[in-house]
Structure formats: C-alpha cells, structure tokens
Ligand binder design. Structure first.
Ligand SMILES: *Cc1c(COP(=O)(O)O)cnc(C)c1O
Length: 364
C-alpha cells in the first residue's frame, strides 16, 4: 500500500474528504503588499523578558485575563484566552457539540472557520443565509430554533466578515430570545474595535446563552502571536476550561498581549483604528469611481467589499504585480466580489495605482 493510501485509509472517515483551510496566507505566499487577510499594516514594538522560558506558562495567565476583562468591561471569570479566536470557535464546538448528532448554525456570507471547525468534529452545519441587505433572516432562525434537536451553537459575526456590516442590536436581541434555553448565540466580534459602540460584551450578565469572540489579530495588530478571547458567563467559561490544552498561551505571547492591553497599548490601537478609518473613507470614494464597481456591504470593519465585473482579470493583474487581495466570489450572494483590507498609506496608494494601471492597459 502506498503511503498516501495508508494515510488516507487510516484517517477518520469524516476527515478523509476535507481539504486544508485556504487561508489568505496559504493561497498566495509571494507579493509585497498584503491586503488579503484583514491584518493591521502596523507592526508595533514589544519588550520580552526571557528569564522564565525554562518554566511552563500558566494555562490562563492571570495578569492577561485581568487586563482583557478590564478592557472588555467584564469579570475575570467571564474570560478565557486561547490561540486566537479560531481556537475559541473550536473550543466551543468541542465542548458543546456531540459528533454526528449535534449541529451549529451559520449565517452566510460569513467567516469560513465556523463550518470548517465543525466539519473536523463531524458536526452538522445548518445555514440561515443573510437577507439581501445582509441583515439576519429572523424567520429562518426562528424555524431552526423550533427543531426537535435544536443547534448547540448559532454563529453571528458582527461586524461581519466579509460584508463589513453590523447586525442590528434589536435583531440580535431577538435571536438571543429565540434560542434562550436551547442554544448558545456566539457573536464574533473580531472587528469590534472598528465599531466599538456595537459590542455585546456588557450584556453577558443579561443573557446566559450569549458568547462573544474577540481577538488581538485585527485592530491590535497582533495576528502573528495568535491570541484571542471568549467572553461568556463564568459557567460557560468553566465548561470551556475542561477542553482547552494545559498550556495554550506561551509566555512571550502573554507578555506581548499584556503590553498591547496596557493603557498605552490601547491608546495606540485606538489611534491606528482611526487612521485606518480615515484611509477607508478615501478608498470608498476612489474605488467607487472605477468603472462599474459596486460597493457591497458597509464599512464597520477594516476592509471593503466591491463587486467588480472583471474580477478575475483584475485579481490576476494584481497578483502578477505583487499585491494581494481576497476573492470572496464563491460565497452565497457575493458573485464577482473582492475584499480589500485597509492598509497603510503606501499600500492603499499602490492598490489604487495598480487598479488605474489595469484599466489604462485594458483601454490601450
Ligand atoms: C480573523 C478572524 C477571526 C480569527 O481571529 P484569530 O484570533 O486570528 O484566530 C475570527 N473571526 C473573524 C470574523 C475573523 O475575521
């Protein structure tokens, strides 16, 4: 038997047909300009104390938990820290869903990892696609809530990736009530710093089925350290602590995250967020001026989505010139849509210049 056949035959049956996640990073490794993964363009400096690297770290570093709880306005026992929000998604699925029996709900077009994570644990994925205006389809969710075996988790992303839209407070309140006593409603707030007044963090005392995902990967400019947080009632956090690895957060990660969450770190993040928001406004104007470009969704996060008739030709041109953006056209309702992350001034300018060059070359 060949090694490939052997590995394939031995693998779990629900894993056999899966393909590794096509992260923005895996899709294209070259390029000088990366506007494809909603990362921050700012690489901020940190100090590292290497005097304890011979010791295992705390599972949940107390100073870090305290700093994040304070930042988010919740109690320390309502926070768990993990390797990015992606691990938070996985912990929720592992802790609450029974393989080949339970399901989760996603509201596409949305972030891909909810379904991918569920697939790796043999958990069914139900879909309640967003309405044409990207609001939640409340009647579809209502029907799902009435099922005999209701889903364990309902993932709602706000601001939503890749549409940049926020879910109205009143809609989310409806969803929390629909699933009360049945399912956890997981609000993914990965981009909440770009829309801070819309956070649901302050409501976890009010709803015992509310879970919030957060990350340092986006506004805090720390995608490389892999650090995210899940906020929920202390009872839900206790369940998640049963399944998390013993040492998920390495010592240097905790040190860097603590500095990012200091008063100085938060102020710096807020300055960078408002700069990115200014750049975003001017990109909206510039991009809407391109021939037949249609702005899709909203500007509640650090990216923009446009429907572009020549999407494939343009993507190929940008890749050839070393600038990467993300094709979202495979998602429900997003035919010909491209997502542009907001970069620094130089990156945004390179983007606009290359697109102008694309249309000039097409004309000649
Ligand atoms: C980027 C992103 C995440 C993942 O964040 P990490 O903390 O880097 O794992 C989660 N949810 C959404 C919607 C994202 O866009």
């Amino acid at each position: 038997m060949s090694s490939a056949d052997f590995a394939n035959k031995l693998s779990a049956s629900h894993i056999r047909d899966l393909v590794p996640y096509e992260s923005a990073r895996r899709l294209f490794s070259g390029g000088h300009y990366w506007l494809n993964a909603n990362e921050s363009p700012y690489a901020n400096p940190y100090l590292i104390d290497d005097s304890h690297f011979n010791r295992y770290p705390d599972c949940q570093p107390p100073a870090l938990i305290k700093a994040y709880a304070q930042y988010a306005g919740v109690e320390a026992n309502q926070v768990i820290v993990s390797r990015g929000a992606d691990e938070g998604i996985e912990l929720l699925i592992r802790a609450f869903c029974e393989p080949s029996k339970d399901s989760i709900v996603i509201c596409p077009p949305t972030y891909g990892m909810y379904a991918i994570s569920a697939n790796t644990f043999n958990i069914d994925v139900q879909k309640a696609p967003l309405n044409a205006d990207f609001s939640l389809d409340i009647s579809a969710l209502e029907a799902i809530a009435k099922q005999d075996n209701p889903p364990k988790l309902v993932f709602v992303c706000s601001p939503n990736n890749p549409t940049g839209t926020r879910v109205a407070q009143q809609q989310l309140a409806q969803v929390l009530t629909l699933f009360a006593g049945k399912s956890l409603v997981v609000v993914d707030e990965a981009y909440i710093e770009f829309d801070i007044d819309s956070s649901w963090a302050k409501s976890i005392n009010q709803y015992n089925n509310l879970v919030i995902l957060r990350t340092l990967s986006k506004a805090f400019a720390l995608a490389g350290i892999r650090c995210g947080f899940t906020l929920a009632s202390s009872e839900i956090i206790q369940v998640l602590l049963k399944v998390i690895a013993p040492y998920p957060i390495s010592d240097p990660v905790a040190q860097i995250a603590n500095q990012a969450l200091s008063e100085k770190g938060i102020a710096q993040m807020q300055r960078q967020v408002s700069l990115l928001q200014q750049y975003q406004q001017s990109l909206i104007e510039r991009c809407q001026a391109f021939p037949n470009w249609e702005w899709v969704g909203d500007a509640c996060a650090n990216f923009l989505l446009f429907r572009v008739p020549e999407k494939q030709e343009l993507m190929d041109f940008l890749v050839k010139n070393g600038l990467l953006i993300r094709d979202q056209s495979k998602q429900i309702a997003l035919e010909n849509c491209l997502r542009l992350s907001i970069g620094n001034e130089q990156e945004n300018q390179a983007l606009i210049q290359l697109i102008e060059q694309f249309y000039e070359e097409k004309q000649s």
